[in-house]
Design a protein around this ligand. Sequence first.
Ligand code: SAM
Ligand code: SF4
Length: 361
Amino acid sequence: MGVKEILEDGKLGREEIITLLEATGEDKQLLFKRANEIKLQELGNLVHFRGLVEFSNICGKDCYYCGIRKSNREVHRYNVSDEQILDAARFAHMNAYGSFVMQAGELESPAFTLRVENLLKEIKILSKGELGITLSLGEQTEEVLERWFTAGAHRYLLRIESSNPELYQRYHPSDTLHDYARRLTSLKTLQRIGYQTGTGVMIGLPFQSTGDLADDLLFMKHFDIDMVGMGPYIEHQHTPLFQFRSELLPIQERFDLTLKMIATLRIMMKDINIAAATAMQAIDPLGREKAVKVGANIIMPNITPGKFRNDYALYENKPCVDEEPEECKNCLDVRIQLADGEIGYNEWGDSKHFHKRTAGE
Ligand code: SAM
Ligand code: SF4
């Protein structure tokens, strides 16, 4: 079947997904148009903000793709103070962002657990319970995830990175800390506890085929995921995967493939939240807005205090590193309007899929 027939039929198996991911020219535009129509039908044109604070680049793991991996000695390590994190939460609340995301390198320790737990409680108090809170702090034990849920976090992002266990192993050291099964278990635990559960993958990694990406989308569907954040892989010179850079798709193609992944997923999972990843903006200044036009409905403006931004360098050419939050906010207002969207100020913008799933529909 061709793209037009697949879109009319609407049933997407592996072969159909591959055809959509390989679409070019007019076919690709048909895919984008259909994804946008579905988003508007299911979710309307509202785009929700999540103010993102990358509060520490200290990480206990050594993922082969990531610029802040433990073994990279070139990184200046930082830890944003509790007061600065709370200031950022106040900023998000006062500017009607609706939700707040706390992201960092992965650490497992009683002190870290307690710190995050206390911060969650304080953010709930300072925002009178009005600010929704998402965490993205890697794999944690069930007990820790339960404690953070009780303290006020209600969404959690844990990208599976690649749903193919063999590929996953090629991107990570072979030890228990970087075990595929452990990551999958964490994701299941999040769902069981009651978090709105988010995952995602990097697109355009070395050794990854279009078939692998189709499998990633099917994984998200079978897992019944509530939220997805996926973005292009961008190489970093101080990481082991950098040696395979000659095998990568050109960066523009990785960007284009990401748009097709978002559009295809929107057709497969009509009512989930899909975030326009920051990595898209690193490639194209209007990258996130382009993602909104093909099915994304969430944007995560970076409100990390400016002086720390350069040090959260997962990849090179990270955008918005010199801007203060206020400047980011003003430019985003205009940009979303350009993408025919409207900002859902003061709303949590929960995953509609989550509410249906948990209501047993
Ligand atoms: N440490 C937590 C974890 O790994 O889940 C959360 C922070 S981690 C920096 C967030 C995401 O950054 C990862 O899930 C990964 O997909 C993405 N990332 C890391 N290195 C990247 C790169 N070189 N290009 C694009 N995305 C990258
Ligand atoms: Fe650490 Fe996350 Fe980077 Fe892996 S992706 S090295 S866990 S910050």
